[in-house]
Design a protein around this ligand. Structure first.
Ligand code: HMG
Length: 409
């Protein structure tokens, strides 16, 4: 029995900031962003987009031709949770009208809880091959206006259906892990922006890659030369390239520089124009690789390195299945990215500083998103999610004042 991805799809906010504008505003040479860190555009969520709406939109696509009645588990991986108690998976479960006989849970370990979610899904399906698991990875990466991390910000979601009838990727059971208690990046409960020791985080990422790879090999994983492509956790795309060169050096790989670049480059395409999406970042890389029209990936082996600050890393592999293209939503993904609105700098600042009131008063979010699901507001301390076209009615039913709150308020 093979277990793996039956489907995969993504969602991104409907707008973002061209990093040329950010470079101008911050007095930085754009080449630093484009060549130095490998980023050109960053996603910026509107006030009515959050991790739930992004995940629900991605899941709508991922479930398009999947038997929803067989989805008995929804795992939501995020570090941008909207509630300290209730799992974001439950909101998505309702928005997607999934079966009531379903397990729903939220997971956290920085950017790599999505990988643990995937591994838990594999184990669940191994125990019950009729069981399908919906794995959601959804995040908003925020570092603060004017911070060193600002050009690496972004947001997005990936939804994956794991089952015993994979059509896209067969996942290998061998995984190499590494965990160490470090403070490279963290977000205390009282902050909505991450604290980060940037240079230290780069060092810890590389050390964790080495250790997780070492464990992967010790557990019987494939040698470096068996892999055709690699996807790395991407806080910014240059990091993936550097990580790959580090791994190749460690393994004394005989590949040329161009060959090594070609093993990673296709996975960078979406992240470069979307930014970090924490838990979703590695899997946006996989979607970009799979969507690449110039590559035939059938029977190709892909290596994955997942990194989550704090820190934990995991290395694992999988093989792309014959006919995988038929199960992809590549045209939708390209359209999503192309149709985004490019924000003026002032709009970016307004979106960035916009907050949901924290004093519990009822509130209706400005209507911005063109996505299927939207965060409509808060009433009696409860978050309201709705289909875009029906959200006004729902918010009104819930007694929310529907006049759009001005941005920045
Ligand atoms: P910085 O200090 O602004 O940048 O911060 P820099 O001065 O180090 O420059 C970056 C690169 O641009 C350098 O290249 C420069 O040489 C080059 P390198 O030497 O490293 O190869 N450069 C130029 N290139 C061309 N033309 C120019 C030019 N000027 C400079 N004119 C930093 C960079 C990544 C530290 C910052 O963006 C940051 O703090 N980011 C956030 C933290 C982060 O992304 N860490 C990554 C590892 S941790 C991780 O991945 C986990 C995470 O996703 C969170 C989670 O797990 O939840 C973050």
């Amino acid at each position: 029995m093979y277990i793996g991805l039956e489907s995969i799809s993504m969602d991104v906010p409907g707008q973002g900031l061209d990093l040329r504008r950010l470079a101008r505003a911050r007095g930085v040479d754009f080449a630093k962003y484009q060549a130095g860190i490998g980023q050109e555009f960053m996603a910026v969520p509107a006030p009515d987009e959050d991790v739930v709406t992004l995940a629900a939109n991605a899941a709508e696509r991922a479930l398009r031709d999947v038997d929803r009645a067989a989805v008995r588990t929804v795992i939501f991986a995020t570090e941008s949770g909207v509630d300290q108690s209730k799992a974001a998976a439950i909101y998505v479960h309702r928005l997607l009208d999934l079966p009531a006989n379903c397990r729903t849970v939220e997971m956290k370990q920085a950017c790599c809880s999505s990988t643990s979610a995937l591994q838990f899904a594999l184990a669940t399906v191994a125990m019950d091959p009729a069981h399908k698991v919906l794995v959601l990875a959804s995040d908003v990466a925020r570092y603060g206006l004017g911070s060193a991390g600002e050009p690496t910000q972004g947001a997005g979601a990936v939804a994956m259906v794991v089952s015993a009838r994979p059509r896209i990727l067969r996942l290998d059971p061998v995984v190499g892990y590494h965990t160490r208690d470090v403070m490279d990046f963290w977000r205390p409960n009282y902050r909505d922006e991450a604290l980060v020791d940037g240079k230290y985080s780069l060092k810890v990422y590389m050390e964790t890659l080495e250790k997780a790879w070492g464990d992967y090999r010790a557990q019987g994983g494939h040698p470096f030369g068996d892999f055709d492509h690699f996807c790395y956790h991407m806080p910014f795309t240059r990091m993936a390239l550097k990580a790959h060169l580090t791994l190749a050096r460690l393994e004394n790989a005989s590949h040329t520089a161009a060959e090594l670049q070609a093993q990673v480059e296709p996975s960078l395409a979406y992240n470069r124009i979307n930014g970090n999406a924490y838990t979703a970042s590695l899997y946006l890389g996989l979607v970009a690789l799979l969507d690449n029209p110039g590559l035939d990936l059938e029977e190709r082996r892909v290596g994955f390195f997942s990194y989550g600050s704090g820190c934990m890393g995991a290395f694992f592999g999988g093989t792309v299945l014959p006919g995988y293209r038929r199960a992809l939503a590549s045209a939708d993904h390209r359209r999503l990215l192309q149709d985004r609105r490019s924000l003026e700098f002032g709009e970016y600042e307004a979106y960035y500083t916009h907050r949901v009131p924290e004093d519990g008063r009822d509130y209706a979010t400005p209507r911005v998103t063109r996505g299927a699901h939207r965060f409509a507001g808060v009433s009696q301390h409860q978050r309201l999610y709705a289909l875009s076209r029906a959200s006004a009615v729902l918010a009104a039913d819930a007694g929310v004042v529907c006049a759009a709150a001005p941005l920045g308020s």
